[in-house]
Design a protein around this ligand. Structure first.
Ligand code: PEP
Length: 246
């Protein structure tokens, strides 16, 4: 990851109210953070984005959302449009997280449309991909991930892909405490990078049970440019330690 600045993105999932978000940001921003050397992004729930944007104004900690609609506006009950995010100060958005693919029927085609509309609004897509435990055991992790990445960027120009981030998250490693090995993750990520010319200079993150005590081992790999982190991003001390480790 020599030429690429490390990035730590915290995916809070369905955790934290507005008040809890404000308390987290106040605590985090009172700490000495190594933001000259690493990019930090917090992805709170939608309801806390406006408050988080206000609390982070003037800070170098970035704000991300966990999802975005594929449409500009319209009859899409329960969905959130990209302009609604940018208005809150959001500059990043996670797209195609495995929980959304598995539990909310999110298909590759939608992931692509979401990445496209995000770019059009100046949002940096963090496109999440990864194989199941069964696919991993069957030795087809790379096939699966390669297919997801190609589908997500189908029809994109190389310079558009270069503005995106990919998060490789083996599903069996998410929230399980059983992280992939840095070497194995790096091999998959290097193969994805080699497969898609636009990803040559883009950041590829590892996700799946990243903790303060293993982040350094991941980012020391040549193709691992940071982490997409769930559980370990929920406490300010832990998130700050991840930034230090990266
Ligand atoms: C995630 O939510 O993307 C994730 C990797 O979760 P955890 O860090 O808790 O495994």
């Amino acid at each position: 990851s020599a030429a690429r600045r490390p990035l730590i993105a915290g995916n809070w999932k369905m955790h934290k109210t507005i008040a809890q978000t404000q308390a987290f940001i106040a605590d985090l921003c009172a700490r000495p953070l190594p933001l000259d050397d690493v990019d930090a992004v917090l992805c709170p729930p939608f309801t806390a984005l406006a408050a988080a944007g206000a609390a982070l104004a003037g800070s170098r900690v970035g704000l991300g959302a966990q999802n975005v609609s594929w449409a500009e506006q319209g009859a899409l009950t329960g969905e959130i449009a990209p302009a609604m995010l940018t208005e809150c100060g959001v500059r990043w958005v996670v797209i195609g997280h495995s929980e959304r693919r598995a539990m909310f029927g999110e298909l590759d085609e939608r992931v692509k449309e979401k990445a496209r509309i995000a770019l059009a609004h100046g949002l940096t897509p963090i496109v999440a991909v990864g194989e199941t435990a069964e696919e991993h055991a069957a030795g087809i992790a790379l096939d699966k991930v390669r297919r997801q990445v190609r589908a997500a960027f189908d029809g994109f120009a190389d310079d558009e892909i270069a503005r995106c981030v990919v998060a490789y998250e083996p599903i069996w490693a998410i929230g399980t405490g059983k992280a992939d090995s840095p070497e194995e993750a790096n091999a998959v990520m290097g193969a994805i990078r080699a497969d898609v010319p636009g990803l040559r200079d883009a950041r590829i993150l590892y996700g799946g049970s990243v903790k303060p005590d293993n982040i350094a081992a991941f980012v020391s790999q040549p193709h691992i440019d940071g982490g997409l982190v769930g559980g370990a991003s929920l406490e300010p001390a832990s998130f700050a330690a991840l930034l230090e480790g990266a």
